[in-house]
Ligand binder design. Structure first.
Ligand SMILES: [Zn+2]
Length: 265
């Protein structure tokens, strides 16, 4: 199945912005683009590379990941902005005094240490909450092409007109699960590293708990994937695209977690 061209993750383009070289991703789906973490100075690049932006997805509220959100919102007023609810305060005010222009999220994603599924025009993505780096710190799964046939049988609501405050819950859905996903991990896990937990609003105990949950997550089982034996192995090969630096592989970073937990003791 993995050789089927209709059965792949959506492609993306990526560029790093600002002194922290924060990765901004534009996921290119057949319906339009998902913009992930528009950091410092990213707005021109984003605007030049989107035709029909479906949503702006914020992994967590640190300024280097959200800095250009307000500028994008000025230009893309109907594009909803998703942010974990417990980090929304970092968008609504310049709480780190960085010169950030505040911008209210359209959708405050519930933070319940679980998964929240969304669909926009049939494009599915999920937020998985792993607090510690920040209270709302999350990773975003973007589900790939193989979901499309299943999706056509479901009543999906577009959020194109739901960009204002009452957008919450109106686009909740149950994502059809597919191994053809990509993970955008923000500052939770990186290639051979993890996010810092010594910032204001960080929590070492939450981070340790999140790392254990991440390590122990059986993605096939916990995400409800129904896979045959040959496909199960591929689930671990899902790629992770972090907020800084190069990409990695899910199973590889799950194996690394114990090293970080030992250092945290
Ligand atoms: Zn961060």
């Amino acid at each position: 199945m993995s050789n089927n061209s209709n059965n792949k993750p959506y492609p993306h383009i990526c560029k790093a912005f600002g002194v922290y070289e924060t990765n901004c991703y534009i996921v290119q789906t057949p319906r339009g683009e998902l913009v992930i973490d528009p950091g410092i100075g990213s707005s021109e690049w984003v605007l030049a590379n989107v035709k029909n932006p479906l949503a702006i997805l914020i992994t967590h509220g640190h300024f280097d990941h959200i800095f250009d959100t307000a500028k994008l919102h000025e230009n893309l007023k109907s594009t909803p902005i998703y942010c974990p609810s417990e980090d929304a305060f970092m968008m609504k005010s310049d709480c780190f005094d960085t010169g950030l222009t505040p911008c209210a999220p359209s959708v405050e994603v519930p933070c319940k240490k679980g998964r929240e599924d969304f669909s926009i025009d049939g494009i599915c993505f999920s937020y998985l909450h792993f607090p510690g780096h920040t209270p709302g710190c999350s990773i975003v799964f973007v589900w790939g092409d193989s979901t499309q046939n299943e999706l056509s049988n479901q009543a999906q609501k577009s959020t194109q007109n739901n960009s204002q405050n009452n957008a919450q819950n109106q686009n909740h859905t149950t994502c059809p699960k597919s191994k053809n996903a990509r993970i955008y991990s923000g500052d939770f896990v990186f290639h051979r590293s993890i996010g810092r937990y010594d910032f204001p609003y960080s929590s070492q105990s939450d981070m340790a708990d999140s790392l254990r949950r991440f390590r122990d997550l059986d993605f096939a089982l916990d995400l409800g994937l129904t896979l045959d034996e040959s496909e199960l192995e591929e689930v671990g090969q899902i790629e992770i695209f972090p907020g800084h630096g190069e990409s990695s592989i899910l199973a590889y970073e799950q194996r690394n977690v114990n090293l970080w937990l030992e250092r945290m003791d």
